[in-house]
Design a protein around this ligand. Sequence first.
Ligand SMILES: [Zn+2]
Length: 169
Amino acid sequence: MTDFFDDRFFLSPVSLFLSHAQLHTIYAHADRTYPDECCGLLLGNLTAGNKIVTDLWAMENAWDAAAADDLADDPHLNKTRRYWIAPQEMLAAIRAARARHLEIVGVYHSHPDHPAIPSEYDRQLAWAQYSYLIVSVPEGIASDARSWVLDDRHQFQPEPLLLTAPARM
Ligand SMILES: [Zn+2]
């Protein structure tokens, strides 16, 4: 519990709370899909403005030439540089989350051989209020995670990412 109640908790208006075990799960997903980007959803609850992640849903990276065409993006880029969650999959996830009284609080994806900093593509496609957790995967081994949120000018700002102890079994 100590991680919850340090100074950062009181200083940060909004933070993303993730357990060590959840981060490990995301790292494992990112390692597995390397050199492609992985993606998934962060589900949980908003408590006093903080985002408490309770569930992770791995999603398929559906990036392909058709998605690139829809988004008027570079058709030469592949899944090593892009991810895409198919809209029908996103809608199904939103419905499933609602049925379980969970909210989608964010999206995670990996950056193979690139830093955990959002790209211009990430920024353009981002939704307000979601946290965007990006994992850097240099040479196939996930090693850094950072969270980002849009400000009111649609620019990414870093969001405090607080790691909590693993949930009790
Ligand atoms: Zn990205």
